[in-house]
Design a protein. Structure first.
Ligand code: UD1
Ligand code: UDP
Length: 363
């Protein structure tokens, strides 16, 4: 079994870390980095910390408009697929790298497999929603992290090749939590106390590219009754500067560089609350038992909201402030995202689908 895995952005490195090694135990992997994220702290640090195999190919596409970026990835990925002749192409999440892989895989009639299939925010203006829906519809294998994701796929007529696997980010966090407690010194470096700070991340285009939304988020975060640590995505840094908000942000908040995974998990684990517009961070906060305010009007991780661990506050200053000050409590603590064995299930389903199941090499 030869599988071409396509990654390009930070959350995909975390997901691939769970699967790449397992895949290589039973078959061959050709790991392709599209180059969508290229800064050291958004890319290399994850490969080093999470011991992800070095990509066989880096397409070096980097930042551009969505259309051009996706087109460049498609053009650069196709010859790699031609040359390496994989049985399947494995895609993660909902970025432009995911969509590019789905288009190349389906045009070349490969088995297209999608990890984190079936998530829906119902917000078609979100570029990630377009990427998710198109990728699911081009996929032969949809690996769903939750039962709700299976239902979402069925509602769009996708029932064949759908497998509930649980969520690979849960596998990742189970592995990282203890390690980050032992190894990370980030709380000491930032001089913040366990349970006495807010962790915030903002990078969604809808929040960063509208000055009024960014101001509103700053207003809300600044009203927190404790220090607010903000590992800032480069997109957010450039918008803060462009909108003349950089000075205010750095005076009122603890703005720091994007962090490596272990330091970031330590911050998530140690925070009193989290405020974020990230998909992965909402989920990780839930896994670690940290209450979360989501700086969006909707989420694809609906289970975290239903049980009260996550509150949708949008880029609304008053709701953010209230969410940071009020003492609200979750209503229950369910486990909708599996048992930490999603990676193993995904590799098994791939093996079965490609009919190369060798009991000697079963994991
Ligand atoms: C992308 C994904 C988003 C995911 C996020 C993870 C899409 C449509 N978006 O958003 O789903 O949540 O990654 O972090 O695929 N930049 C740098 N250095 C880098 C990468 C980006 O400075 O290494 C800057 C560039 O100015 C670039 C901007 O960030 O224009 C946005 O990067 P891009 O990859 O287009 O989108 P993200 O916001 O990172
Ligand atoms: N993350 C990290 N350092 C940071 C911010 C995020 O390691 O400074 C990790 C986080 O733990 C999660 C992933 O990056 O695993 C989420 O990425 P991001 O928020 O960029 O993307 P999204 O999940 O919204 O697509």
């Amino acid at each position: 079994m030869r599988v071409c895995s396509v990654v390009g952005a930070r959350p995909q490195f975390v997901k691939a870390a769970v699967i790449s090694r397992k895949l290589r135990e039973v078959g061959e992997e050709v790991l392709v980095h599209t180059g969508q994220h290229y800064d050291e702290e958004l890319s290399d640090v994850f490969f080093e910390e999470l011991d992800i195999p070095e990509p066989e190919y880096n397409l070096g596409v980097e930042s551009d408009t969505h259309g051009r970026q996706t087109a460049k990835m498609i053009a650069a990925l196709e010859p790699v697929v031609e040359e390496t002749d994989p049985d399947a192409i494995l895609l993660y999440g909902d970025t432009n790298s995911t969509l590019a892989g789905a288009i190349v895989g389906s045009k070349r009639d490969l088995t297209v497999a999608h990890v984190e299939a079936g998530l829906r925010s119902a917000n078609w203006e979100m570029p990630e929603e377009v990427n998710r829906v198109l990728t699911d519809h081009a996929s032969d294998l949809c690996f769903a992290p939750s039962r709700a994701a299976v239902t979402n796929l069925a509602e769009e007529g996708i029932t064949e090749g759908v497998h509930w696997t649980g969520d690979v980010m849960y596998d990742a966090i189970l592995d990282a939590r203890e390690r980050s407690r032992r190894r990370s010194t980030i709380l000491e470096e930032l001089d913040v106390d366990e349970g006495a700070f807010v962790l915030a991340t903002v990078h969604r285009a809808s929040n960063t590219d509208e000055r009024s939304n960014l101001v509103s988020i700053l207003d809300g975060l600044s009203a927190a009754p404790m220090p607010v640590v903000v590992p800032a995505h480069p997109r957010t840094v450039s918008r803060l500067r462009e909108f003349d908000l950089w000075r205010r942000a750095t005076e009122e908040l603890e703005v720091i560089e994007p962090q490596g995974y272990l330091d970031f998990v330590r911050l998530l684990d140690g925070a009193e609350r989290v405020a974020t517009d990230s998909g992965g961070v909402q989920k990780e906060a839930f896994f670690l038992g940290t209450r979360c305010l989501t700086l969006r009007e909707e989420t694809e991780w609906t289970e975290t909201v239903d049980c009260g661990w996550n509150r949708l506050v949008g880029p609304n200053a008053d709701s953010i402030r209230d969410g940071l000050r009020d003492d609200w409590e979750p209503t229950s603590s369910p486990h909708p995202y599996g048992d930490g064995a999603a990676g193993r299930r995904i590799v098994r389903r791939l093996q079965e689908h490609l009919s190369v199941d060798d009991p000697e090499r079963r994991i």
